[in-house]
Each structure stands twice: as structure tokens, then as C-alpha cells.
Design a protein around this ligand. Structure first.
Ligand code: GLP
Length: 240
């Protein structure tokens, strides 16, 4: 498969977010019943703000689409302020006309997390895969919560978070101790079979991570490097 990575640089976060939202809106307009792969973290917040604005001002509708999120902290209920289900509810779902029953986020409180992972992959397969996947990238090059490892993992799985990821995400919690140590994450098959990928990242540190991931070998030690093998990736980066 031939890689086709398009890298666009923007000065402001707002401009980058508008470009990401435009790409997602384009897919939604072409295929109203599309499957949106969604991400959390600070990077996509502006994208969701812009999509909410497009819904309010331009009538962009989410009423026929389905969404699948990348990941969730293990042990956090969807009502927890730092759960990714709650993040999505606040940042996007409550602001647009998406059907709640068509929004999927791995269940952090599943009694059997392994079974939840299997069911999540079956769900993605039953939906026919993801039309457009929004991604951020972690300081260690993780995508979703696919942390550096000896091998890429294809399916949705339970992962132990790296210390650097816990450090990076501690800012959202009252203290570092409260950051869950494990998460459920979509694996590389779900991400790499998405028909289109849009990655958003800002600042010098993320630029360095992306340069290493896209300019060096494909290695599970730098998970984002796998994107080199995807046929349609847009990397949107902003200075600030
Ligand atoms: C978390 C999420 C990732 C996200 C990363 C970067 O670890 N699981 O999906 O890409 O944070 O977050 P930020 O955009 O806040 O730097």
C-alpha cells in the first residue's frame, strides 16, 4: 500500500481546528450515514467547537451518522468528569443532533474488559469500518492509547499506560494519583482500516514526535509511525 501523507501547517490552533472540522464535515455531507472515529485529549477540542458551530450555523447534521471513540480509561464510569464518554458528551454530542444510541465509547466499567474489547471490534466490523478517524498523538507517539511496545496490537485491548502518558494526562485530574493506570483502546486494525485519517497536533514538542514518526522507520516503539502505511492521512499541525 502506498502512503499518501499530506502535512499542513497552520499558525493558529483555530485555523488547524477549522481545517480538521472541514475535512470531517466533508465526509458527513458526502455520506450522512458515515462512521466517525473520534478522539479525546486537548487537541481535538477546537475541531469539536467548529463542528458544533457548523451544526448551529450551517445545518451540518449528525443525525444519520454513527461514532466510535478510540479509547476510555479502565475503571472510570461514563459519568466521571474525566471519562472520555463524558468528554465526548460535553465537547460534541450534547451540541449536535447525533443519536446517543449511535455513539460508542469503550465501557470503562465493563465487568469483563476483554469481552468488552472483543465486542467493540465486532461493533466496528459490523458498522463496516470507520470512514474518517480523527486522531491526536501522545508525547511518546501513542495514538488512541496504543503505547510504545514490542509489537503493534491489532484489536481493541486493555493497555497499561506509560508513566509519561500518566504525567501528560494528570493535568486533567485533581492529582496524578487519580489518573487510571490502565485503559481500553482501539487497536491498530480499527485505526488503520479507517478510510481516511485526520491527525491534529500543536506545538514544537508534537512537531518533533511527528517528525520522528513520519521520517523514520515504522516501529511499534513509536506507534504513530504506522500511519506511514496508511493510504490517506492528513496531518494538521499548528504552531500554537
Ligand atoms: C490521550 C488520548 C489520546 C490523545 C493524547 C494526546 O492520551 N488517549 O487519544 O491523542 O491524549 O492528548 P493531547 O491532545 O491533550 O495532547
Amino acid at each position: 500500500m502506498k502512503s499518501k501523507i499530506c502535512i499542513e501547517s497552520f499558525r493558529t490552533y483555530r485555523e488547524m481546528s477549522a481545517a480538521a472540522a472541514a475535512a470531517i464535515a466533508g465526509v458527513l455531507r458526502d455520506k450522512p450515514d458515515c462512521v466517525l472515529g473520534l478522539a479525546t485529549g486537548s487537541s481535538p477540542i477546537g475541531t469539536y467547537d467548529e463542528l458544533a458551530r457548523m451544526h448551529a450555523d450551517e445545518g451540518l447534521s449528525f443525525s444519520k451518522c454513527t461514532s466510535v471513540n478510540l479509547d476510555e480509561y479502565l475503571g472510570l464510569p461514563g459519568t466521571h468528569p474525566q471519562s472520555y464518554r463524558r468528554f465526548m458528551e460535553e465537547r460534541l454530542f450534547s451540541r449536535v443532533d447525533i443519536r446517543r444510541e449511535a455513539t460508542f465509547v469503550p465501557l470503562g466499567t465493563a465487568a469483563d474488559p476483554e469481552a468488552e474489547c472483543r465486542a467493540y471490534d465486532e461493533r466496528i466490523a459490523a458498522l463496516g469500518g470507520i470512514d474518517v478517524q480523527l486522531l491526536g498523538v501522545g508525547p511518546d507517539g501513542h495514538v488512541g492509547f496504543n503505547e510504545p511496545d514490542d509489537a503493534f496490537t491489532a484489536g481493541t485491548h486493555v493497555v497499561r499506560l506509560e508513566a509519561s502518558t500518566i504525567d501528560a494526562n494528570a493535568r486533567f485530574f485533581a492529582s496524578r494519583d487519580e489518573v487510571p493506570r490502565q485503559a481500553l483502546t482501539m487497536g491498530m486494525r480499527g485505526i488503520m482500516t479507517a478510510r481516511k485519517i485526520v491527525l491534529v497536533a500543536s506545538g514544537a514538542a508534537k512537531k518533533a514526535v511527528l517528525a520522528a514518526a513520519l521520517g523514520g522507520p515504522v516501529t511499534p516503539r513509536l506507534p504513530a509511525s504506522i500511519l506511514q502505511l496508511h493510504p490517506d492521512v492528513s496531518i494538521l499541525w499548528s504552531e500554537e
